[in-house]
Design a protein around this ligand. Sequence first.
Ligand SMILES: [Zn+2]
Length: 134
Amino acid sequence: MAFSQHVWQQLKATTADELISALKKDGYKEDPASADATIAFIKPGDPPKRIVIHYHPRKTYGPKLLRHLLADIGWNEEEMRHLGLITGHTASESRSPTHLVRCHCDQGLMEDGKPCPDCGGTSFREVAAAEPAQ
Ligand SMILES: [Zn+2]
C-alpha cells in the first residue's frame, strides 16, 4: 500500500502503544493466547481478522515493518484519521518543505528510557528546509 508523503510523515512516528490503541478502537480484541512480546489481535467478523504485532513499549516501528503491519490491517487514510493515527491534513494542502536531521538524543530515548520529546522517539527531527542542517 502506498501512503502519501504527508500521511507517512505522521505514521512513521507511530508507537506500539498507539497502534494497539487504534486497533482496539477499531474493534480488535487481544488474543488471550498471545505470548509476551508478540500479541495477536482479533477482530470478529466473517471471516475474523487476525493481526500479530511485536510489542515494545513506547517504541516506534521501522518503516518496513510498519508498512507491512499497516498493509495487513488494511486501514485507508480516512480510517487512520478516524482512529487518531493521523491528523486531518489533506494531500492538496500545501506544506512547507522540511527535511530530517539527526536528533541530539541517542536512538530516540532519554536517559530515563522515555521517548525523546524533541523527536518523539524517532531519533530524527524535522526542520524547515530553509533552516541549515546541523
Ligand atoms: Zn530526540
